[in-house]
Design a protein around this ligand. Sequence first.
Ligand SMILES: [Mg+2]
Length: 182
Amino acid sequence: MSSFSEKTISTNSIFEGKVISLQVDDVELPNGKMGQREIVKHPGAVAIIAFTAEGKLVLVRQFRKPLEKEIFEIPAGKLEKGEDPLQCAFRELEEETGYTSKQCELLVTFYTSPGFADELIYVYEAGELSLGEAHTDEDEFVEVVAVTLEEALEMVKKEQIHDAKTMYAIMHWQVKKLTKNE
Ligand SMILES: [Mg+2]
């Protein structure tokens, strides 16, 4: 199998933000020609699939400025520098929803946008939840809701759920129900 890898000739840093950075790389393509790649570097993130005692999925409603609309997502957040993803999962679940869990199991990791960004997301499933109090970041405004599978599927149709990690959570939920024959 031939390699499609691209050799980096130079990297130009365009922007260094608090969360992401943007660089433009000149690359040599497999056919020997030159090309350019616009790349966003991201620290990575975690997302948590959490079910209430009634078996509903915990979602947060928030305004997403890049999309200019509100959507419902599973709780998630960025990794802080050097932070262990599991600890980040415990922290984000509590901060965003007020729920705590003593155990979280890593289900999968995936790249969110491999065409232009290196963001890797770790998706956990939380064990039994206890309810405390949410304390979101000062620039974070969210509402916590819990939905049934039927409600979640309807929200996908209406594009109220419109991101890949939450779609994954719903798929995971469906598979889980099928294998349990619920
Ligand atoms: Mg968040």
